[in-house]
Design a protein around this ligand. Structure first.
Ligand code: GLA
Length: 347
């Protein structure tokens, strides 16, 4: 694997942003020091044509002008916390409700997705580090976060480590929007999705899980066999209608590194297989992407459902749901998780 870097631009506050490009064989992935954003991932389609399978932008200004977390790393806590209320030990804290004034979402007003990370080239990957000060976005403790991107020909992996000087919340994820037909190819409706989970966590009207764990059996959430995204995303099943499509946390059975999901595109043959050791994965079908997004890479036009996300994570809203695994890292402990995105082509 080879890594090169180049300037990518400057933030509105004058901070320089670098782009690091990891290349292995005929695959390459670019990562920004802004938000640890995966800006591109180019793989050959079944005819060998290079295909960039993640949504992204060509300028820092475009990333700053959108609020869809495109390609970014998420922290300290991915997804929703109802009313912004967390409990760490005996203490309760109230965080900013940056999601329609009712939930804390993806780390708050200025989450890790908008921070500048420090990059170091390792022999086998790109290391990004961010020091989140005590009290940042209302969270207790100074949290030192490391994310390592690695690329082999067929697998892009993100490994996270974090340590805090006080007990705190830690639930790190990545918010890439995949489009296996190529980032500029339009809706992902005809692409196939399979999620290796029997259960999911239904949402209340605030789009945060209720605490219930439900079976996927007999519902549009049953993705145990591959189906087209558009087979289920406009269903009038209450949970789908509520979220305007898939925007739900699935619970892959078991623990440790295990299969989570597989998606594929019939046109390009490009297939993505996700494995992780996290407790859950948010399947999000880009229901909130809008045609007023900034112009995408190479003048691409992005709109609703032009990408899908598989955000490996702790189950959302865990503080209001005591039976859920709690995304707490204790002082002195090391948080550690890994997610692998494996590329292949089907004939
Ligand atoms: C996650 C959430 C969605 C939405 C996106 C960002 O996937 O679950 O509801 O907030 O992030 O737009």
């Amino acid at each position: 694997m080879k890594i090169v870097n180049e300037p990518f631009g400057v933030t509105a506050q004058g901070q320089p942003v670098e782009r690091y490009t990891l290349t292995d064989g005929n695959c390459s992935a670019s990562v920004l020091t802004l938000g640890g954003i995966l800006q591109s991932w180019t793989v050959p389609d079944r005819n060998g044509a290079p295909t960039d399978i993640v949504l992204g932008f060509d300028s820092v200004g475009a990333y700053e002008a959108q609020d869809c977390y495109i390609g970014a790393l998420l922290g300290r806590c991915a997804n929703r916390i109802a009313d912004g209320r967390i409990t760490v030990g005996q203490q309760t804290y109230t965080l900013a409700c940056n999601d329609n004034g009712i939930n804390h979402l993806h780390g708050g007003m200025v989450g890790f997705d908008r921070r500048i990370w420090k990059a170091t080239v390792l022999p086998d990957g790109l290391q990004l580090q961010y020091e989140s000060p005590d009290g940042e976005e209302g969270y207790p403790g100074r949290l030192s976060v490391t994310a390592i991107y690695r690329l082999t020909q067929d697998t892009l992996s993100i490994e996270f480590f974090a340590q805090s000087d006080k007990d705190t919340v830690c639930n790190l994820s990545s918010h890439s929007y995949f489009n296996l037909g190529g980032h500029a190819s339009g809706s992902v409706g005809s692409q196939m999705i399979q999620v290796d989970a029997d259960r999911y966590t239904p949402l209340a009207s605030n789009n945060a899980p209720t605490g219930e764990v439900a079976s996927v059996e007999g519902t549009p959430f049953d993705l145990r066999q591959p189906v087209r995204f558009d087979a289920g995303w406009d269903s009038d099943f209450t949970q789908i209608a509520l979220a305007g499509g898939y925007d739900h946390n699935y619970i892959p059975a078991g623990d440790g590194l295990r299969p989570f999901a597989q998606a594929s595109c019939p046109q390009t043959g490009i297939t993505l297989t996700v494995t992780s050791d996290m407790p859950g994965v948010q399947l999000y079908t880009g229901n909130f992407l809008r045609d007023d997004l900034p112009e995408g890479k190479q003048h691409a036009k992005y709109d609703r459902r032009h990408g899908f996300c598989l955000e490996t994570q702790f189950w959302p809203n865990a503080f209001a749901c005591p039976d859920f695994p709690q995304p707490i890292v204790h002082a002195g402990e090391t948080y550690h998780h890994i997610t692998n995105y494996r590329y292949s082509v089907c004939p």
